[in-house]
Design a binder for this molecule. Sequence first.
Ligand code: DP6
Length: 321
Amino acid sequence: MRATATAHPNIAVIKYWGKRDLPLNLPAVPSLSVTLDRFTSVTTVTWGIDGPVDHIEMNGGPASAKEAAKLSAFLDRLDPRRPRARVVTSNNFPTAAGLASSASGFAALALAANAASGAGLSASALSVLARQGSGSATRSLWGGWVEWAVGEAADGSDSHGIPVAPADHWDLRVVVAIVGAGPKDTGSTEGMIRTQRTSPLYPGFVQSAAEDLAAAREALLRRDLATLGERMEHSTLKMVGTMTSARPPIRYWRPASMAAMDAVLALRAQGVGAWATSDAGPNVKVLCAAADAERVAEALRAVVTEVVVLGVGGDPTVELG
Ligand code: DP6
């Protein structure tokens, strides 16, 4: 059987940084994200092909041995006795956009493999599966606003995405300031592990995360952008504080990232409701009302090379055949 799934990346408003279990990829903190529109990962899985190995294509070419091994291991989790499969996956957004393609990629792979194999897993079970590909993928199984619970079960079965509000709940924009490729980044998994092991500030990030999440969820549900934006910046800056105090330190921001954040502060001083976040890279993402998006984009264009305006995306989709 063959199935094609389309999923969107997401941006964390309350940040996931650190793991309570490495093999199961369980988070040390709860997080909350917004799914983005327009940008997609499209993945086709053919379940049952001839030959001894899986065929895996990414963005128009064969996957590297490392990527192929990771995707094959992911399919094994769905069914350890599975037949060989063909996977063709591509993103319609540039890697330089710094939007986690692993989030939309593993969500789309979980959905397409589930449909192609006839496994019949629920969205929550697929979110658990996607989590084991990449943590942030657990939140890309739904559109709109999605929470990722830390969970309590030892096997991680209750640590998955929970949809909090649909895409049409609130017409917001995420304006992405693309700062561009700097020196080679530390990957998020490696960065998290080092931070947890070496930053004396990390326990404070963990202890305060549940309160950030509760306040952000409440602000989201009553559409209070100032409170949501302030919590997002606070969660981001605490995460960045743990990164920069790791040994050796991890610093993803470049001078242009700071310039973008200064532009956001200047907008706020002029009364424009805009708040910034960043992830494991130099790009800055700005949350604002739809009506302010052009003004925010214009201010960011003055300090960075490229700006993309995105809205809130819907649920992923899957089709057989
Ligand atoms: C900073 O999901 O890429 O973007 O689970 O190790 O694959 P792994 O990490 P990943 O980390 C994302 C971290 C973040 C914050 C977030 O998305 O919540």
